[in-house]
Design a protein around this ligand. Structure first.
Ligand SMILES: Cc1cc2nc3c(=O)[nH]c(=O)nc-3n(C[C@H](O)[C@H](O)[C@H](O)COP(=O)(O)O)c2cc1C
Length: 159
């Protein structure tokens, strides 16, 4: 049985029924040179040819400002066992703290864009921005995947 709820006031709660969903970490570099990670649940692949991906970022979140300027970002898919560790990227803003340093996250420079890859993620996608679309209080950033980095331990498992 289901009950209709008021979308404006209860829609957010209803949307939570989509959990558990895979979370990702989006990394983008601000104008001062700091790379900021954010926990993101609203992401999707959108095209095979060319390979493309989209993320939805709250307009008040720091990466919204960063990505509007930098026009590029990394999407890292982490392992389930890392969820607890990287959930912290979703509980504080990186405006005044360096979340990567605080968490001692091991990163390395990305190829082709000015951001970093998470060394221990399952995969990292290098994404220069193609389009922006305002949707309510969030902004969708769609990007081409110009390079993908995959954990070598997984190469045999993923066909
Ligand atoms: C599980 C989870 C999923 C989240 N998904 C998103 C998302 O898809 N988009 C978004 O803008 N914020 C999302 N957030 C919220 C941001 O991660 C959070 O507000 C973060 O502290 C913002 O930090 P920043 O200001 O450094 O970007 C999520 C948080 C959690 C815990």
């Amino acid at each position: 049985m289901q009950r209709e709820v008021e979308a404006a006031s209860e829609g957010g709660r209803a949307m939570k029924t989509k959990w558990p969903g895979q979370i990702a970490v989006v990394l983008s570099r601000d104008i001062k040179g700091k790379c900021n990670p954010i926990t993101v649940g609203w992401h999707m692949t959108t095209s095979f040819y060319p390979p493309m991906m989209a993320i939805s970022i709250g307009k008040t979140r720091y990466p919204c400002e960063i990505i509007c300027n930098a026009k590029e970002f990394i999407v890292a898919f982490i392992t389930q066992s890392q969820y607890e560790e990287y959930m912290s990227y979703g509980s504080c803003t990186g405006r005044n703290v360096d979340k990567l340093k605080e968490q001692k996250t091991v990163t390395r420079p990305a190829s082709r864009i000015n951001s970093v890859l998470m060394d221990d993620a399952n995969s990292n996608f290098v994404c220069p921005l193609i389009n922006e679309l305002e949707t309510g209080d969030h902004c969708i950033f769609s990007a081409e995947i110009v390079s993908a980095h995959m954990n070598t331990k997984l190469l045999d498992d993923v066909k």
